[in-house]
Design a protein around this ligand. Structure first.
Ligand code: TLP
Length: 361
């Protein structure tokens, strides 16, 4: 197939392209040098983000990874422990930044749905003592990417914050997809993160901006965050061109997320009916669908290649599980076409890949 063919891209919600409205706003953005704090469009974006989250301040960062990295640094000292769930983005996908930049050790807690309860956290706390690296920070990921976009119950977050704060511990939320969590629970991002010390959220995922994330918290913490951002090479200049698209994403895109969730649920329901694919469709609450293809007798890398040949892009998260994300650049019709292609591939897969049929082995 030629490169110009129409691909249905379900690899991530990071793949969206800026809308015409975003491109126009970027072209016309009023800008200044943000290292001097003089970019009016960026200043507006940071102010709006803080307002929407009900926190004192926010800072724009180029990536979610940088936002999480700075958050860990803000709340810890070298040689301390950070509690995270074992499959969190912070632990598995951010090149050990917790260790590299903050000198902290991760205490990973396994959790099937990515949701950490206070009961689980309490058993992993490390008190100050001659042998322990003390725990100082808890990170929660909402929605939880590698568990299929699962959403924290509000009472779980509230309890974790209350218990953590009575012990002098901080709570950071990796809210790359916190607006998806709000849409799924018909809540607001301000309520969800009311008691947390900081939250990072991405404009560049479901909200559809081309670049950028924000870290939100107290004024004092965000003032320090500015210095860490500069150290990491994130002191940007006329960044208002990005902030202009970000403002549209922040103000307008959250209302569209329920459509992505409905598409994900549609994908999940149809995928779960395909023989040998394992998936509990009722667990899909947001825009991420993860399904087990181990019974097909092929690896996810083989399966991805086969789907790509037919025009569908989707990756494995390991050798047995595929991940598909819905987003604003994929329609219901494209979701229908994608599942049809998956179903056809499952039927022909053993022959196309020259392997015995998984049904007969
Ligand atoms: N997630 C990406 C990949 O890195 C896996 C994706 O395609 O889902 N927190 C969470 C929960 C994320 O899912 C991601 C990106 C990040 C942080 C980091 O954001 P970026 O990519 O902007 O550094």
């Amino acid at each position: 197939m030629s490169d110009s063919r129409l691909l249905i891209d379900l690899r991530s919600d990071t793949v969206t392209k800026p809308s015409d409205k975003m491109r126009a706003a970027m072209a016309q953005a009023e800008v200044g040098d943000d290292v001097y704090g003089e970019d009016p469009t960026l200043n507006r974006l940071e102010k709006r983000a803080a307002e929407i989250f009900g926190k004192e301040a926010a800072i724009f960062v180029p990536t979610g990874t940088m936002g999480n990295t700075i958050a860990v640094k803000l709340h810890t000292n070298h040689g301390e422990e950070v509690i995270s769930d074992a499959r969190s983005h912070l632990l598995d996908w951010e090149l050990s930044m917790m260790a590299w930049f903050s000198g902290c050790q991760a205490r990973a807690i396994a959790s099937p749905d990515g949701v950490l309860t206070w009961k689980q956290i309490a058993t992993a706390l490390r008190p100050k003592g001659p042998h322990n690296a003390p725990t100082t920070l808890i990170t929660l990921e909402n929605t939880h990417n590698m568990s299929g976009g699962t959403v924290y119950p509000q009472e779980t977050i509230d309890e974790v914050c209350a218990e953590a704060h009575t012990r002098g511990l901080k709570v950071h939320v990796d809210g790359a997809r916190i607006f998806n969590a709000a849409a799924a629970t018909q809540s607001t991002v301000a309520r969800i993160t009311r008691d947390v010390d900081s939250v990072m959220f991405c404009l560049s995922k479901g909200l559809g901006a081309p670049v950028g994330s924000l870290l939100v918290g107290t004024q004092e913490a965000m003032d320090r965050a500015r210095l860490y951002r500069k150290r990491l090479g994130g002191g940007m200049r006329q960044v208002g061109v990005l902030a202009a698209a970000g403002l549209i994403a922040l103000e307008e895109s959250p209302a569209d997320l329920p459509a992505d969730h409905a598409n994900a649920r549609y994908l999940a329901e149809r995928l779960s009916k395909i023989p040998l694919i394992k998936l509990d469709a009722s667990s899909v609450k947001t825009n991420i669908v993860i399904f087990d293809i181990s019974a097909l007798g092929v690896t996810t890398a083989d399966f991805s290649r086969a789907l790509k040949e037919k025009g569908v892009l989707a990756n494995g998260i390991n050798s047995t599980h595929m991940r598909m994300l819905t987003h604003r650049d994929v329609s219901r019709q494209e979701c229908e076409a994608a599942v049809d292609i998956v179903a056809q591939q499952v039927l022909v897969l053993p022959s196309t890949l020259n392997r015995p049929s998984p049904v007969t082995v």
